[in-house]
Design a protein around this ligand. Structure first.
Ligand code: COA
Length: 245
């Protein structure tokens, strides 16, 4: 049951693996795990490692510290950049979100405390979201005069009811864990002390299944959602044949 710690030179992300599970931990707890350029690069590298490691079958995204999963983008970088446009441009240099959304393995998010801005967007790149009872969710971008740029405008309405997605995105209203569960943003809410155990329970259940079948099923569902039904059915058939072959 050894935990292998990988990429020890990282500052903002911890990447570990244990028993078929790859753990990515956002690790700037003193600044509520806000997303900066360094985190962008380290997240990109650890997602690639998780994707390419044949010993890892399920990914878990979690965060260090008691207060936040992630309170959004690092506003100090926005304020020190020559302009918010340049601050955004720097973030677009690497397609972290494209990579994240295309990981062919199940990703589970363990969410606690503040889950704001890019925090909620990272959670939406995952397939399964579990929240602790202290979690609160929000998209503060409108109040800053910007729009979400980590996929949130696309992933939120594909995850929850359109009216709720528009309300949360346009009004910036923060919602608590219970409401997040009622609207389908998270699968369930558990006490803070049980968050990781609950997430690992799900990961372990997935891990007893054949990893190729799990990966193909995820791809059939996720890629199929972007297709009309006939093409979605063709995709399912193709993947089913590939799995049998
Ligand atoms: N960027 C950079 N630093 C941030 C940050 C952000 N988005 N959010 C919080 N921090 C830092 C604070 O500056 C503070 O640092 P300090 O201890 O060195 O002063 C530390 O994290 C703790 O935050 P603080 O504001 O003191 O905690 P709080 O409990 O009073 O409030 C929040 C928590 C999340 C409500 C508040 O920090 C907040 O609104 N943050 C901004 C959220 C946001 O707009 N994100 C950007 C979305 S694009």
């Amino acid at each position: 049951m050894t935990v292998v710690v990988l990429m020890s030179n990282f500052e903002t992300i911890i990447y570990e693996k244990q028993d078929g599970k790859g753990y990515i931990t956002l690790n700037r707890p003193q600044a509520l795990n806000v997303y900066n350029v360094r985190m962008r690069d380290e997240l990109h590298e650890s997602l690639q490692a998780l994707r390419d490691d044949s010993e890892v079958h399920v990914g878990i995204l979690k965060a260090a510290g008691d207060r936040a999963f992630c309170a959004g983008a690092d506003l100090t970088e926005f304020l020190t950049a020559p302009s918010p446009v340049i601050a955004r441009q720097v973030r677009f240099e690497r397609d972290v979100w494209g990579l994240f959304l295309n990981i062919p393995k199940p990703m589970i998010a363990a969410l606690h405390g503040y889950v704001l801005g890019s925090g909620i967007e990272m959670a939406l790149c995952c397939d399964i979201r579990i929240a602790s009872d202290d979690a609160q969710f929000g998209v503060p971008e409108m109040g800053l005069g910007i729009i979400p740029a980590a996929g949130g405008s696309q992933t939120l309405p594909r995850t929850i009811n359109l009216g709720y997605a528009l309300e949360i995105l346009l009004s910036g209203r923060r919602i608590k864990a219970e409401e997040a569960c009622q609207i389908g943003l998270v699968n369930r809410v558990v006490p803070r002390t049980e968050l990781l155990t609950e997430v690992e329970k799900i990961a372990n259940k997935i891990n007893v299944c054949d990893p190729n079948a799990v990966s193909f099923a995820k791809q059939a569902i996720v890629r199929g959602l972007d297709l009309p039904l006939p093409q979605g059915l063709e995709l399912e058939t193709r993947l089913a044949c590939r799995l049998l072959a």
